[in-house]
Design a protein around this ligand. Structure first.
Ligand code: PA5
Length: 446
């Protein structure tokens, strides 16, 4: 069993007041128990807790073989989805794929659509795809979300023109097993499909076909990723004492900081391939906890890049922050700094050192500076950014999020607030059924 995460609080513990042993720890234990036994707020959306252990090898085999089929006919695959329907897969792909590679048929690039409504982007995308052998993985649990539905309409139209009768062989749809427009279209048009379990919400769905299909299409070892997820579930669900459970520890720490007035958590990384994981984490925590007038605001920075912009704020701005740092211990490849006879740049003091050593000292220097500047820093350490450890990390965060939401008394598995902009947008675009709201918005001069 591989579960290789460590949580270090050496740059955090001095900021904590008295350890509320009997409150938060007890509540975290109950929250964990509820997640394990399928109780508590939002209990009809707890399918993700054991999904990694329940995933059938036959389902994984079909994912791998469908991904191979799509790879063998594509130079480019467009992943259409928004929120939980694309961020998890993008996070894993960006974390594990080489930064630079030449896409070709059999080893396609993955690009994204349907995660916003910008016309120029979609127009350039359509032009680009005219000259590429492309396929589409469209993902929408509801099957009716406007952004991905609209992007799919545009791309399907192009696929039909370009591939005629064979266009449907270029689409995989991942959606509800029975409901929604995308399921209906898939049946009528004969797309290959995968189902999203009813009891798994979007932001907790990366270990289901929502994440696994695009991860496999990207050429990542999806079995290893799924095993990393399962290993984390096996490990964390067996640690029922909250003090021994890493997800509980993280949930308790962040809530202790929150209760002491630190309303913003900054997730930082010193590894550019983890920047999308930060976006996934922001969605997971923001959508799960930001409700009922409560919630830690999840922010993210990419370092050392942002030390030259946000670094000033982190060091000396308002002290309502705490920081959590993602720390893979090893870089898979690592140039050594060459010596230079003339040393015009003055960098010979680094000669012979691997880049990772320079980055490691930058991390320690930053943590020391931030904690001296009154920002507590939690470290999450793991061996490297391979798919098994990213699987470990994502399950750890999901479980911690379920626990953390319960600690602040919210339902971490719904997102009622997301509807507000949609209603206004539909009213402004003249969708039928929204006439009254349209009048109200008009009256406000909108
Ligand atoms: O976490 C969530 O539930 C949301 O972010 C959804 O994933 C997002 O709104 C997309 O929904 P759908 O998959 O129904 O298109």
């Amino acid at each position: 069993m591989t579960f290789s995460l460590e949580l270090k609080d050496r740059f955090a513990s001095e900021f904590l007041g008295k350890d509320p042993k009997n409150e938060l720890w007890k509540d975290a234990g109950s929250a964990l128990e509820n997640l394990i036994s399928g109780k508590g707020k939002g209990s009809d959306f707890l399918g993700w807790v054991r999904y990694p252990q329940r995933l059938l090898s036959s389902e994984l085999d079909r994912i791998v073989s469908e991904a191979e089929r799509i790879r063998s006919q594509s130079e480019t695959v467009v992943l259409i989805g928004i929120g939980g329907s694309y961020l998890g897969a993008k996070a894993v792909i960006d974390a594990t794929k080489p930064h630079f590679f030449r896409p070709k048929i059999g080893s396609p690039e993955i690009i994204y659509a349907g995660h916003h409504l910008d016309g120029r982007y979609h127009s350039e995308l359509l032009k680009y795809l005219e000259t590429r052998e492309f396929s589409i993985n469209v993902i929408s649990k509801s099957g009716t979300t406007t952004e991905p539905a609209l992007a799919f309409r545009l791309l399907w139209n192009l696929a039909k023109k370009k591939y005629g009768d064979r266009a449907s062989q270029r689409v995989i749809a991942t959606t509800d097993s029975a409901k929604g427009a995308l399921r209906k279209m898939s049946e009528v048009l004969g797309f290959s499909t995968f189902s999203i379990p009813d009891d798994v919400g979007g932001r907790y769905s990366v270990s289901t076909p929502v994440g696994l299909v695009p991860i496999a299409i990207a050429g990542i070892d999806v079995r290893t990723f799924a095993a990393g997820f399962r290993d984390a579930a096996d490990h964390l669900l067996s640690k029922t004492s909250p003090e021994e459970n890493l997800s509980c520890r993280y949930a308790v720490l962040r809530n202790r900081f929150y209760r002491e007035g630190r309303k913003i958590e900054v997730l930082s990384n010193f590894t550019p391939s983890l920047s999308t994981l930060t976006e996934w984490w922001k969605q997971l925590y923001g959508e799960s906890e930001g409700k009922d007038g409560k919630g830690i605001f999840p922010a993210g920075v990419n370092l050392t890049t942002d030390l030259h912009s946000m670094g000033q704020y982190l060091q000396e701005g308002e002290r309502n922050l705490f920081e959590t740092v993602l720390r893979p211990e090893e870089a898979s490849a690592d140039p050594v700094v060459p010596a230079d006879e003339e040393d015009l740049d003055g960098l010979n003091f680094l000669a012979g050192k691997p880049m990772r050593e320079v980055n490691r000292q930058a991390i320690l220097g930053t943590l020391a500076a931030h904690s001296e500047g009154n920002v507590p820093c939690i470290e999450i350490c793991f061996p490297d950014t391979g798919p098994e450890y990213i699987g470990n990390l994502m399950y750890f965060f999901e479980l911690a999020c379920g626990i953390s939401g319960s600690l602040s008394g919210v339902n971490p598995f719904d997102q009622p607030g997301v509807e507000a902009y949609k209603r206004n947008m539909f009213a402004l675009l003249g969708k039928s059924g929204f006439e009254e709201l349209r009048e109200k918005l008009r009256a406000k001069g909108i």
